[in-house]
Design a protein around this ligand. Structure first.
Ligand SMILES: Cc1cc2nc3c(=O)[nH]c(=O)nc-3n(C[C@H](O)[C@H](O)[C@H](O)COP(=O)(O)O)c2cc1C
Length: 279
């Protein structure tokens, strides 16, 4: 079993809620391109105050290294710093203004399980969870989950989520799709999973790439039933995004006054920041 940072399983850590009653979202990061989607979903869950059990597949270590420069290790002493760094960094490589808050949320709410650790909690249906989000979902993990291969903890936890009738969301990142992947996605849909493609909409007036990422993450969290303010919702007005386009790094056009290095930037701690460079 993986020990949470700073405490044994089943015990309360300083300032942390007791484990009793803890019902996390399991987040599986597989080896598709798209680690920014995972980061945004994770930030959204933490901003909502929800506990997270995180599984990073072996292949995802490569995409994480490729896309962020972070060398991921599952060990108790290694991941809290790496995760806080990952979630606290913008797409452009700078520090987010809310990175201090994110580090605190990571320490308080997250557990990491090694992908090879098939004895970890999420391997069993008797381990209480709210459901699971596979983001990004590789075609390999989609196939493995659809076929029930359970070749690692990520796939086993997804299988458990389905068999327990809990909510499973998969966020495929591939193009074009093969017929096999389309059939696997249909099988997952028919088994009760939500297939939420990493397919950003532009009606929310995205002014930067982070806003497109956050749109996808926000819609994934919508499908999970997790309240979020990661993107501007459609308000029934054609052309609003064009005429009232949010500035980069804002939601709903509210500048957060962040210069890219300001830990205490306006709006820090709301969990709503897009974190793009200031224009
Ligand atoms: C840099 C890099 C990018 C990749 N991008 C994708 C991708 O976008 N979609 C995908 O399905 N697989 C992608 N792959 C291939 C998967 O990593 C590979 O199929 C792996 O077996 C997935 O294993 P997992 O599902 O256990 O994480 C990528 C691999 C690398 C190294």
């Amino acid at each position: 079993m993986t020990t949470p940072p700073g405490g044994r399983p089943g015990t309360a850590r300083d300032g942390a809620a007791p484990d009793e009653g803890r019902r996390p979202w399991v987040v599986g990061v597989s080896g598709a391109s798209g680690t920014p989607y995972a980061a945004s979903v994770l930030r959204g869950l933490l901003a909502a105050g929800l506990p997270v059990d995180l599984v990073v597949s072996r292949a995802a270590r490569l995409t994480l290294l490729d896309e962020t420069g972070i060398a991921w290790r599952d060990g108790d002493g290694a991941w809290p710093g790496a995760l806080a760094e990952w979630l606290g960094t913008t797409l452009a490589g700078g520090g987010r203004p809310d990175r201090g808050l994110i580090a605190e949320q990571v320490a308080r709410l997250v557990r990491v399980h090694g992908a090879d650790n098939l004895a970890a909690g999420p391997s069993s249906g008797s381990y209480p969870t709210r459901g699971m989000i596979v983001v990004p979902a590789s075609t390999a993990s989609i196939a493995g989950i659809a076929l029930g291969l359970s070749k690692d903890l990520l796939q086993r936890a997804a299988d458990v989520t389905l068999k327990e009738g809990r909510r499973l969301l998969v966020v495929p990142r591939e193009m074009p799709f093969t017929g096999a992947t389309l059939r696997h996605l249909l099988a997952l849909h028919d088994a009760g999973a939500v297939v939420a493609a990493a397919s950003p909409g532009f009606y929310a007036g995205a002014a930067d790439a982070q806003a497109l990422v956050d749109f996808v993450a926000g819609r994934v969290l919508d499908a999970a039933g997790v309240p979020n303010t990661l993107f501007r919702r459609w308000a029934g007005q054609l052309g609003a995004a064009r005429t009232d386009r949010p500035r980069p790094g804002t939601v709903d056009g509210t500048p957060h006054g962040w210069d890219g290095d300001d830990e205490a930037g306006a709006g820090a701690g709301t969990g709503q920041l897009l974190g793009g460079p200031k224009d």
